[in-house]
Design a protein around this ligand. Structure first.
Ligand SMILES: *Cc1c(COP(=O)(O)O)cnc(C)c1O
Length: 406
């Protein structure tokens, strides 16, 4: 992979017409270690957030020993890069053949269920392979309620009463049993974890089995930009959320229980930025070479304002407007459909023009893992960059970054 000090250097050297992902392994390791130092349990990285081998490898180097996987492909990716890592198979609804593959070929012994039919599948596989159920930890996933950019409680999780039944049934069959939840992604309210913990405590007080572990899932928010035209949401920092979570874990009586977290976004968001090119400026609209069917679908679905930095093309000698005047541009993606328009603007100097580049920051989570080949566009160029996105460069480019919006 080619290495550059920052994205501007990469853009000017390569003059790319296709999107370029700028990977920052040191930022990734730093954010990963920061999370691990704050969370009082095992950190199992959620592979779906970004399963690139370069990411998994850097995380293993940073000391991650657990990975939350959801499919045979994710399992194989982790094994290829981190052969000694433990894998937690945390998809609540699985094919029986996939459970068998996970347990037989990969030795996976941690798995999740939220329905009795899933218990049946796991039990069949365990019997067929003659595995002692006492060596297997089965987590029962609880339904949760809360506010997050992505709410997942509608899809997965057992209600508290159903969870009690599932747990006792698993314990009777000889499994070790845990409780888990996943509150959704990019939580917007720190009470979210407490409500889930309260529900977990209720379940624990009604089961006969001993609870072997508690898994608080992911959902920890990453830092994004801020649209100056909207009221700034008061988002607590990761430190504040973690302090609160540790207190809540104590108060709900789980401090003696082995803990697991499955962070994704908060660990990998800052590890990548993306260089895109302005293919056309039409008034206050920018047509760029990426979009919601490639790297930008998460920001579209989650209505996230992405921090953008202007990288002017030095070949453009004449510009209109004032470089210091930062204005919102509507951003149209690369594919030939009218859905492909970002839900939030980019804030950039009014001088931006056809042929310029834009560096989009904090794009490591749910970006390249969600790329499609729609219309034949599939960004797949990577460079390594040493300077964090938030450092260096011209301040006007930070117009949409939260810390500069005050
Ligand atoms: C997606 C997912 C995660 C990661 O969520 P983030 O919001 O990226 O931290 C963790 N656990 C489960 C079960 C998931 O589905």
């Amino acid at each position: 992979m080619q290495r550059f000090e920052n994205a501007r250097e990469a853009a000017l050297a390569l003059r790319p017409d296709d999107p370029v992902y700028c990977f920052r392994p040191e930022v990734l390791k730093q954010d990963c270690r920061a999370f691990m130092s704050m969370f009082p349990g095992k950190t199992a990285y959620a592979v779906k957030t970004n399963g690139e081998p370069m990411v998994l490898k850097a995380l293993a180097e940073a000391g991650v020993t657990g990975f939350d996987v959801a499919s045979p492909a994710e399992i194989a990716e982790v094994r290829a890069v981190a052969p000694d890592a433990e894998m937690l198979y945390m998809h609540p609804v699985k094919a029986q053949s996939h459970i068998r593959l996970a347990m037989e070929d990969y030795g996976i012994r941690v798995i999740v269920v939220d329905h009795e039919d899933e218990i049946t599948k796991v039990t069949r596989v365990v019997r067929a392979l003659d595995i002692d159920p006492g060596t297997v930890t089965v987590f029962v996933r609880l339904q949760t309620k809360g506010s997050a950019a992505y709410e997942l409680s509608k899809k997965y999780g057992a209600g508290p009463a159903a969870a009690v039944e599932l747990i006792d049934r698993l314990a009777r069959a000889g499994f070790k049993v845990g409780i888990c939840f996943h509150v959704g992604s990019q939580i917007e309210d720190p009470d979210t974890y407490e409500r889930a913990l309260a529900s977990a405590a209720w379940v624990r007080s009604r089961v006969k089995a001993e609870i072997a572990a508690l898994d608080v899932g992911g959902g920890f928010p990453a830092e994004y930009g801020h649209d100056p035209n909207r009221r700034q949401p008061v988002m607590p920092s990761l430190e504040e959320i973690m302090t609160r979570l540790r207190t809540d874990i104590d108060e709900w009586g789980f401090s003696g229980t082995p803990l697991v977290a499955e962070p994704g976004r908060v660990i990998v968001a800052r590890a990548y930025s993306l260089i895109v090119r302005v293919l056309l400026r039409k008034g206050r609209r920018l047509y760029i070479n990426d979009g919601i069917w490639a790297s930008l679908s998460d920001s579209w679905t989650g209505k996230i304002t992405l921090p953008a930095r202007f990288i002017p093309d030095p070949a453009i000698r004449h510009r209109n407007g004032d470089q210091k005047n930062i204005v919102p541009f509507k951003v149209c993606g690369a594919t030939c459909d009218s859905v492909d328009i970002l839900s939030r603007p980019f804030w950039l100097p009014e001088t931006v023009d056809t042929g310029d580049w834009i560096e989009i920051g904090h794009i490591g989570a749910y970006s390249l893992s969600l790329r499609t080949r729609f219309n034949g566009f599939y960004p797949d160029t990577f460079v390594e960059v040493t300077t964090p996105f938030d450092e260096g460069g011209m301040p006007e480019g930070f117009a949409s970054l939260e810390t500069m919006a005050d």
